[in-house]
Design a binder for this molecule. Sequence first.
Ligand code: SF4
Length: 124
Amino acid sequence: MQKTSRKQFFTTSFSWMASLYLLEGGFGLLNQIYADKKISAPFPDDLHPVLESDPTAKALGFHQDAKDTDFNLYPERKEPTAKNQFCKHCVQYTQVNEGWGKCNIITTGVVSSKGWCSAWTKRS
Ligand code: SF4
């Protein structure tokens, strides 16, 4: 009887620890993306970044850093002719500051100037 109780205690404790770890990991990952040198410009005060898990962003294969693009899904992004395909060169991008801007298609926040999605269209 005591063994079962101890087992339940450890199972419950492990579940809580795993949940807290995953929760912190999610926030930690978010903070890492923005604190990381990948996106070095200060973040605009009153805005928040588009989450890559946003349904529209996900459907378009959007990443805040174009290097994170799924090249299996979007092999054309790997072509040498696509090397300058970043949000900052896209017709849908309106610059907010050096590192961030608003996108006319993914509107739930701001996108990094170094981002990319499959709707990228060269600014003329
Ligand atoms: S449409 Fe253009 S600006 Fe918007 S996320 Fe895609 S590449 Fe970036």
